[in-house]
Design a binder for this molecule. Structure first.
Ligand code: WQD
Length: 339
């Protein structure tokens, strides 16, 4: 019996592509399913340069049940990591139906096909956004899930509820949801990294594009928050540390005959860093000043959120190995490789 494969939906995306590297390095055989709505062929080229071989890739929509079933029947799938989703917070508020249809439709289709084909191991890509503005920091998995502040965030909350309910109904699924904090950086080879199509939504690609001269200036969205330097605080985690957390989670899914299992883990560095601290760290790493201005607050931003990742350390045997400065250096090397 050939080694089972791991189907990685959204595997050509930012976190997905880095997880392909981590899975391969851990001895798994990943298979990519991606509709390339938010990625480019160059990601596959970069993976080939890193891994030295082609990664099997199906260009399909995760909402397409027939296509999904065909992949499960062609490949010997032993587990799934489900990244495929739209993730732009602002866009989700303008196009709620498109976000609910895609993000929840793809999850439901995937679950139906997994149950039909008897594949039960699933890692679900969730987000710290489910915590909203936590009362207590660092935030643990037992913190209340607050009403989502965006449609995108709600698709993650509802996604977790669907998984929990399907497992509670006794369906043969073993599921871990990983609540990501802020993934940043790139693979140190600079063959893959964050590839925002159009204007980036997130802080670090905006910083590197500004430093590269692709953007005139970066706006810091508010410095009048109740934090030490007035700017928002987040938990920035190197994307390779995040990728490796998926391997650790996969290894932790019960293999003792347990048929139904659900658990949730925070995946963050466990340190609160402000926007201005990221800017200063980048200036040191890049050895150049960043052209920024202070602008108005951005709607929907929480003041501060960062992880208590103790549960992942203890139960997944996982911990971050890379620093914010390493992530910024890797992100900068990647940006320069794109020029
Ligand atoms: C970080 C900080 C901004 C850009 C989002 C999603 C979350 C997850 C990660 C998917 C904030 C500030 C940013 C800029 C700025 N995505 N900022 N100027 O909003 O914490 O999280 O991405 O799972 O679900 O919500 O990340 O990088 O957009 O912002 O000042 O040009 O940087 O205000 O304080 P965020 P971000």
């Amino acid at each position: 019996m050939p080694t089972p494969s791991i189907l990685v939906t959204g595997g050509a995306g930012f976190i997905g592509s880095h997880t392909i590297v981590a899975l391969t390095e851990a001895g798994y055989r990943p298979v990519i399913l991606d509709d390339f709505s938010n990625s480019r062929q160059r990601v596959l080229d970069g993976l080939r340069q890193i891994l030295g071989h082609e990664v099997p890739c199906y260009v399909q929509d995760c909402n397409d049940r027939t296509a999904l079933l065909d992949i499960f029947q062609r490949e010997n799938i032993g587990g799934v990591i489900h990244f495929a989703a739209f993730k732009a917070v602002g866009e989700s508020m303008d196009e709620p139906l498109r976000y609910y249809r895609n993000n929840l439709g793809s999850l439901l289709t995937l679950l139906e096909v997994m149950l039909e084909t008897g594949v039960s191991n699933l890692i679900f890509s969730s987000s710290c956004t489910v915590y909203g503005e936590p009362e207590v920091l660092p935030v643990t998995e037992t913190a209340p899930v607050l009403p989502a502040t965006s449609v995108y965030g709600n698709t993650k909350q509802v996604g977790e509820e669907i998984l929990r309910d399907v497992v509670a109904a006794g369906k043969p699924l073993r599921v871990i949801s990983l609540r990501y904090f802020n993934p940043v950086g790139a693979h140190p080879s600079a063959h893959i990294g964050e590839l925002p199509l159009g204007a980036p939504n997130n802080l670090v690609p905006f910083i590197t594009q500004t430093a590269a001269g692709l953007r005139a200036q970066i706006t810091i969205f508010g410095d009048d928050y109740p934090t030490p330097d007035g700017t928002c605080i987040r938990d920035y985690i190197h994307v390779m540390d995040l990728a490796e957390a998926h391997v650790a989670a996969l290894r932790t899914l019960p293999q003792d005959g347990t048929t139904s299992h659900y658990d949730v883990f925070n995946v963050g560095a466990g340190q609160g860093i402000s926007v201005l601290e990221v800017v200063r760290a980048f200036e040191e790493v890049a050895g150049q000043k960043l052209n920024y201005r202070i602008g108005p607050r951005r709607a929907g931003d929480v003041v501060a959120v960062y992880a208590d990742a103790t549960k992942a350390h203890e139960r997944l045997g996982w911990a971050t190995k890379r620093s914010l400065r390493e992530a910024l250096a890797d992100a900068w090397r990647w940006e320069k490789a794109l020029l």
